[in-house]
Design a protein around this ligand. Structure first.
Ligand SMILES: CC(C)(COP(=O)(O)OP(=O)(O)OC[C@H]1O[C@@H](n2cnc3c(N)ncnc32)[C@H](O)[C@@H]1OP(=O)(O)O)[C@@H](O)C(=O)NCCC(=O)NCCS
Length: 183
């Protein structure tokens, strides 16, 4: 697993940073929205405790190098509007998965594309990754579009890979190689 150090990444409109206790309310606001979790592998959160536990798990992952979830904070207001992550590292193959979620009110503003450009750049340079993957529900058009804009290739289709609240959900698998990254 990579050695992760507390990092801050800046984009024109966002500061990406490690998350902590101050983010519980804003993180809960994002993941308690059924629109946000519509294509997620679990349902919307119903208690603040879930946000607290999720942030604690992120902190444990920083410590053991198994994942980095960065809060996306609007520069200027300091408001946390979502988060992006690199996780499921496979060291020997220098690869991992990417994840992202944004508060509904901010969708369509290009924020996640902007955040991911900085995160992927960090992954391919500072973390020396060779490949980054994403698991997307085929109905999640916005997510697929974000990945394709960044140069991810659609590589595979896995029917009924997930069962979420009793409903089977397919996966489209995306991958981006470092040599195809236009950072
Ligand atoms: C997916 C998500 C992260 C996108 O964030 P965002 O900041 O709105 O994304 P961007 O504005 O950078 O780009 C969205 C792109 O998708 C397009 N889009 C939006 N809805 C779409 C749809 N239903 N079908 C196809 N494209 C769509 C937008 O037009 C835009 O493309 P453009 O820049 O060419 O116009 C956001 O919708 C979200 O948080 N969803 C819930 C969590 C989630 O699904 N995470 C991904 C799990 S794999």
């Amino acid at each position: 697993m990579p050695v992760l150090s507390p990092v801050e990444l800046f984009t024109p409109r966002l500061k990406l940073r490690w998350m902590d206790e101050r983010d519980v309310d804003a993180h809960f606001a994002v993941f308690s929205d059924p629109d946000v979790t519509r294509y997620w592998s679990s349902g919307p959160w119903t208690s603040l405790e879930q946000a607290r536990e999720h942030i604690a798990a992120a902190q444990a992952a920083y410590a053991d190098g198994s994942g980095m979830r960065l809060g996306a904070e609007l520069i200027g207001t300091g408001k946390l509007i979502g988060s992006v992550s690199l996780h499921r590292f496979v060291d020997a193959s220098r690869r991992c998965e990417v994840g992202y979620a944004l508060a509904r009110v901010h969708w369509g503003g290009g924020y996640v594309s902007e955040a991911l450009r900085a995160l992927l750049n960090y992954g391919f340079t500072a973390l020396d990754l060779n490949r980054i993957e994403a698991d997307v529900d085929p109905r999640n058009g916005a997510s697929a579009r974000v990945l394709e804009k960044l140069g991810f290739q659609r590589e595979g289709y896995m029917p009924e890979r997930w069962i979420v609240q009793g409903e089977p959900a397919d996966t489209v698998y995306y991958g981006l190689l470092r040599r195809h990254w236009k950072g």
